[in-house]
Design a protein around this ligand. Structure first.
Ligand code: HEM
Length: 149
């Protein structure tokens, strides 16, 4: 199915890009909920957001390997260049780091809550936020180089 962002990307990759554009704002909203004392909502929204991201990443991986994206990336003027490789490696670094970091923070906090945290939850939450934003930004750059340029 064709995409809706006006590039060579298909529906799945365009959907993933759109949601990853909203993700930082949704995360900030969960932090706001926590700051207001709405911890349960904060907790469930974190779990839901993480689950949505997992489903999207699996869908994107399938799309790249077997679906509509297989072959399209070769049409990019950046295909096979060192620039694309560098952006890809930086993206992979933030994507893998924040995926496991996010999972770790959810599991650790889930097990402990509602007891007081015995670690700096807020500090780790903010570090992870930075990682997730970098994942989204480098993902967008990768998307632009692969499907729009
Ligand atoms: C799903 C399990 C989670 C539970 C049960 C939980 C629970 C809480 C609680 C009780 C607080 C207030 C106490 C404190 O600040 O130490 C809090 C604050 C916070 N949480 Fe979580 N959390 C969860 C997941 C996450 C994740 C995965 C992130 C980051 C991606 C995160 C980021 C934050 C931030 C930034 C604050 C501080 C908000 C503020 O006061 O400005 N939390 N959380």
């Amino acid at each position: 199915m064709g995409g809706f962002l006006g590039t060579r990307g298909d529906f799945i990759v365009d959907l993933v890009m759109t949601i990853s554009g909203f993700l930082p704002f949704l995360l900030v909203f969960t932090f706001y909920l926590a700051a207001k004392g709405k911890y349960l909502l904060h907790k469930y929204m974190q779990i839901i957001l993480f689950s949505i991201v997992v489903v999207l990443v699996v869908a994107l991986e399938w799309d790249v390997q077997f679906g509509g994206l297989a072959g399209i990336s070769d049409q990019s003027p950046y295909a096979g260049t060192i620039e694309l490789l560098i952006v890809f490696l930086v993206h992979l670094f933030f994507a893998v780091g924040s995926f496991f970091g996010w999972l770790w923070l959810i599991v650790k906090s889930f097990k402990r809550y509602p007891k007081d945290f015995d670690f700096n939850h807020k500090k780790w939450g903010k570090i992870l936020f930075f990682g997730i934003v970098m994942m989204a930004v480098t993902g967008w750059l990768l998307y632009w180089m692969t499907f729009a340029a």
